[in-house]
Design a protein around this ligand. Sequence first.
Ligand code: PHE
Length: 455
Amino acid sequence: MPRRQSIHGHWSSRLAFVLAASGSAVGLGNIWRFPYITGEQGGGAFVLVYLLCVALVGLPVMMAEVLLGRRGRRNPIESMRMLSEEESGSGKWRLVGVLGVITGLLILSYYAVIASWTLAYVVEAARGAFTGADAATSRQLFEALEKDPLRMLAWFTLFLATAGWIVARGVAAGLERAVKLFMPLLLVLLLALVGYSLTTGDAGAAFAFLFDFGSHAIDGQMLLVAMGQAFFALSVGMGALMAYAAYLPQQTSIGGTAVTVAAANTVVSLLAGLIVFPLVFAHGLEAGQGPALVFHTLPIAFGQIPGGGFVGALFFLLLVFAALMSTLALLEPAVVWLVEQHDLRRGVAAFAVCGFVWLLGLATVASFGDVALLRLPHGGWYDMIEHATSNVLLPLGGLLIALFAGWVMCKNSTVEELDMGVGLRYDLWRMLLRFVAPLVLGFVLVCALGLCDAR
Ligand code: PHE
């Protein structure tokens, strides 16, 4: 089959794609969500299930998603329509793309709110609010932000406007260079913080909590949450990687790239766990307290170290940057779809999509900020959208991608696109994609919809 070309050009190299894909993958999902979900799930056994989910389901589905994106070379909806017509004679699998666009926007409606907390903390750190912080003051600091919905709204608007501006100007490619500098810097800071936490916090308790894999029984609910977290952290299941892979050079190895991105991503999550939990146990914080966990913990660390105000501000700034790169990936499917299929200018498309996300996000702000007028139960809206996106929509997208690439697409097409021969590695990938992924994801979805007694 003659190769299609992307109408927007290509990444300059394999490294450029690895950087963009890791930039999209590493974000709040690793540093904010992984520790709090692990805390809620009781550690050990959950961490093991998580690692298995990444290796046995997340990675093969990630490869499939990249494969589909590069073969289609258009926005996810159009790519899926074309591939579906080629492989099955009907375009109905375009729904995978539609689902991805919707999922991305729903995720963003709360992701940008959490990113706005991070942004607020840059300023808090810089003005010295962390100095000498203990568990109580750091809790007060966070509650003050939560109780001030207008302040949250202002940061939320600023964050989304910045992302929209970057997308509109089409300067995302320029950010590639920034990723090269910022991601290693973030890694260095994370390592330094791990060192600090392990030496001053309760390292023994943290290790036991995270790595005592037999800590408690594994059940369906835990598998569901681990799967959702794996997809969320890897940016798999909603077409973001598909959209990015449309610009991937033909000769780049998909398998090698996916392994690099997944491994780097998982390391960052584990480092975040090693920062948060020694402090949690040393300062009597509650591991399962939910989304505020990182915001209750990190100020304590920055409050104790010399120059903590500066280091803290830098850390939260890097986190904002990581969240921004993920945000661009969450926006990409919707924006390229509007540009390619509806002939909108990039700027108009970016404005429309961000405006829509902003409106949706108001509900998240209100549900955290206790806006009396709306009387949403605290965190209720967030819990609902969060559950629907991570535990239902991402696994559903992943399931459909696995079914399409594993069962609908003919074997030759995947062999050709993956370009790694038909040896053991290919067979393993195909077996995981055709059998393991659909079975696990099918089970998880049944549990998510409350149709099985998961406990
Ligand atoms: N993986 C990103 C993070 O960990 C979030 C994300 C999910 C980005 C899905 C794109 C698509 O923060």
